[in-house]
Design a binder for this molecule. Structure first.
Ligand SMILES: Nc1ncnc2c1ncn2[C@@H]1O[C@H](COP(=O)(O)OP(=O)(O)OP(=O)(O)O)[C@@H](O)[C@H]1O
Ligand SMILES: [Mg+2]
Length: 386
């Protein structure tokens, strides 16, 4: 296996579309890197550039430290697994996995050994004689993986390999691929627009928007410290809530509510007299109790029981944060935000306890955890990070 490096890579198409824009990213040997972002942000193009299926407009791509942009795809030694993994329908599992090896001139006995071994790892040994038509979706997906594995490539490139599977199988294959990747210690670039897949599978996750890398970090760091409004709204489900907050000497004001924020937020203090975006994740809102310091009044619009938790869709007093970044990040997500937005109220979601006993129409108070408040510059979208 080998490292893969994007060094200031640009890709423009003939019609002027800039699909990848100044992308610099280092994927370590053996690392599982996930590229995530909304539709059209350049994920597939980035993979195709590594595979040699597209030419770079500028920059350099290195595999194992060696520039590859002038090498034809066959000589780059990467294996790509697509969403539509076309297996040969008239060949059985064994023959499907053998095919690529034989055409690469690998000796028959050696090829068969590799296929047997991959079949064992993927739990396909019993199915070697079956044709694709006689396999389940997940089994077919494993054969497609097997075909990539037997090539013993420098790196695996996977483009939404699970998106054709039903939800349950996807969860199962997600775990399967993670396990396999660790077992093989295989450098992997995995593309998805599903942020749950990204968070659960990646050693690191690279979030892209409009061809540009926004942030690359381990999943927990992305969740805890998003660098801008786009990453903040893209990562997390349900998505982070946003409301405008006016910065004062002793805290921030949301609607009519003053919230004192912890001292020592000097960068935030520099925004005194101006509005910023306040972001709060649904899971960091609770029903306020007697001890709660920071409280925000809210009106309940809808409740949804999920079993272990309850989602309360509410409206809070304040002004909405309506920036391109937030709209774009949400456009791909499953989140439905209920409640109306105007100059005085903003829809939000709180993950409450099932026995919080709130009902539609209730006026409640939500408690905020002062350590879990995110602030962003309204114009640049950048996090106001201390
Ligand atoms: N051959 C092409 N010619 C012109 N534009 C292209 C071409 N291929 C892709 N694009 C454009 O480049 C941008 C990035 O496309 P890409 O397929 O990389 O996005 P993606 O992140 O993989 O999206 P999705 O999640 O929908 O698969 C899009 O605006 C797309 O329309
Ligand atoms: Mg794509």
């Amino acid at each position: 296996m080998a490292s893969v490096t994007f060094d200031r890579v640009d890709k423009s198409f003939g019609d002027g579309t800039r699909a990848v824009d100044a992308l610099s990213l280092d994927i370590a040997d053996g690392e599982f890197m996930v590229l995530v972002g909304p539709s059209g942000c350049g994920k597939t193009t980035a993979l195709r550039l590594v595979a040699g299926l597209e030419d770079l407009s500028a920059g350099e791509i290195r595999i194992g430290g060696r520039p590859v942009q002038d090498l034809p795809p066959r000589r780059r030694d990467v294996a790509m697994v697509f969403q539509n993994y076309a297996l040969y329908p008239h060949m059985n599992v064994f023959e499907n996995m053998m095919f690529g090896l034989r055409s690469r001139g690998i000796e028959k006995r050696k090829a068969a050994e590799r296929v047997d071994e991959a079949g064992h790892v993927l739990d396909l040994s019993e199915l070697m004689k079956r044709r694709p038509g006689q396999l389940s979706g997940g089994q077919r997906q494993r054969v497609a993986m097997g075909r990539a594995i037997v090539r013993e490539p420098h790196a695996f490139l996977m483009d939404e390999p699970l998106s054709n599977l039903d939800a349950k199988l996807r969860v199962q294959m997600r775990a399967e691929i993670s396990r396999l990747q660790r077992q093989l210690n295989a450098t992997t670039i995995y593309v998805t627009h599903d942020q749950v897949e990204a968070m659960t599978m990646g050693d690191r996750v690279a979030v892209m928007r409009r061809g540009m890398l926004q942030q690359c970090a381990p999943p927990q760091a992305l969740y805890d410290r998003p660098v801008n409004l786009f990453v903040a709204s893209f990562i997390g489900s349900p998505a982070m809530n946003f409301v405008q907050a006016d910065v004062h000497d002793d805290g921030v004001r949301v609607g009519d509510t003053m919230l004192s924020v912890p001292r020592g937020r000097e960068k935030l203090a520099a925004y005194r007299g101006r509005a910023v975006a306040l972001g709060i994740r649904p899971e960091h809102l609770r029903r306020a109790g007697t001890g709660s310091e920071l409280r925000l009044p809210a009106r309940v619009v809808l409740t949804e029981s999920l079993g272990p938790t309850m989602l309360a869709h509410v409206e809070v007093q304040g002004r909405a944060v309506v920036t391109d970044a937030v709209i774009e990040a949400m456009s791909d997500g499953p989140d439905v935000v209920l409640g109306r937005t105007d100059d005085t109220r903003v829809p939000a979601i709180a993950t409450l306890e099932p026995d919080d006993a709130v009902a539609v129409g209730d006026a409640i108070e939500l408690a905020l955890d002062p350590r879990r408040l995110h602030f962003f510059d309204l114009e640049s979208g950048e996090a106001i990070d201390e």
